[in-house]
Design a protein around this ligand. Structure first.
Ligand code: R5P
Length: 296
């Protein structure tokens, strides 16, 4: 019988528990520790004789979470697992998916290649930055897109205007909007690749007196979403809410979002929660479990 192993990275346990409930599968918690010199250690149950599903989101500190994920695959195969499936609700390094500047790495190629060589046969992730990146993983992979599910849970009115912060995120806005029968559009975002500075350019969108929901994959520093919200409120939007798959919320992101006038951020629980009334988490473990059934 398949065993679900909850990895030690922050945010993994709740998802592992949700998956094991839906699949009615045995759940165990991996042992872990950090040696005095900073190296990581994990241990899984001995005598595994079937598939294992290792739930280890690649949450900050991403590099440690990644190393633990790799060690868990090796430990599980060594304990007899026939196949190792990684559930990584947040796939770190997925935004560096090409060489934007000469001399840069394709970081997600390195990450997915390392996960494969450490023993994973399949990967399930939630809303990787670009789905094509999964081609860097040689085994089976599934990218779970959470926006329809989140729209059903949030259930905003159908006269909501749904916006992507840039053209690259339009499909995300479309999936959310179609689930509630709303209109959708996109803003124009430009990022300076040297400084990281973001500019959201004004675009005439019928936002006046509208409830607006901005849909994106990630909030990291909050710069993209805060600038978009400020612009929309200046254009007369009545309220601005945000839906994201991954709320990384680095540094002072929560304060930045509050200052921009955003009323609420809805985030999937792919990362550990930040306890602030601005952020409401939606548990997506059931849709991950449904997708896992295709592999198990
Ligand atoms: C970029 O392509 C992503 O989809 C996000 O819009 C971006 O990573 C968000 O970063 P930040 O919150 O730092 O602006």
């Amino acid at each position: 019988m398949t065993v679900i192993i909850a990895g030690p990275s922050p945010g993994s346990r709740k998802v592992a528990e949700g998956i094991s409930t839906v699949l009615d599968a045995e759940l165990v918690y991996a042992q872990s520790k950090v040696f005095p010199d900073g190296e990581r250690y994990v241990r899984v149950p001995e005598d595994i004789d079937d598939d294992v599903v290792i739930v280890q989101t690649l949450s900050p500190p991403q590099d440690s979470s990644l190393v633990e994920a790799m060690l868990l695959a090796n430990a599980s195969k060594g304990a007899g697992a026939s196949r190792a499936v990684l559930v990584a609700p947040y796939m770190a390094y997925s935004r560096q998916d090409k060489r934007f500047l000469p001399g840069e790495p394709i970081s997600i190629e390195v990450v997915l290649g390392s996960l494969a060589s450490s023993g994973y046969d399949a990967i399930v992730t939630v809303e990787i930055h670009k789905e094509e990146s999964l081609n860097f993983f040689p085994g089976k992979s599934i990218n779970v897109r959470p926006y329809k599910y989140m729209a059903e849970k949030i259930s905003p009115p159908s006269d909501t205007l749904v916006l992507a912060p840039d053209l690259g995120a339009i499909e995300r806005a479309q999936q959310f909007a179609e689930a509630i029968g709303a209109q959708y559009d996109y803003l124009i975002k430009k990022r300076d690749r040297m400084t990281g500075e973001i500019v959201i350019e004004p675009k005439t969108i019928a936002a006046k007196n509208r409830h607006v929901v901005i849909v994106d994959d990630i909030i990291s520093t909050g710069g993209t979403i805060a600038r978009a919200a400020t612009l929309l409120l200046q254009q007369g939007a009545s309220t601005v809410e945000v839906v994201v798959a991954h709320a990384l919320l680095a540094g002072d992101a929560v304060e930045k979002l509050k200052r921009s006038g955003i009323r609420r951020v809805y985030a999937a629980n792919t990362l550990p929660p930040k306890h602030d009334p601005l952020i409401q988490y939606i548990d997506v473990s059931s849709i991950i479990a449904e997708n896992l059934k295709q592999i198990l």
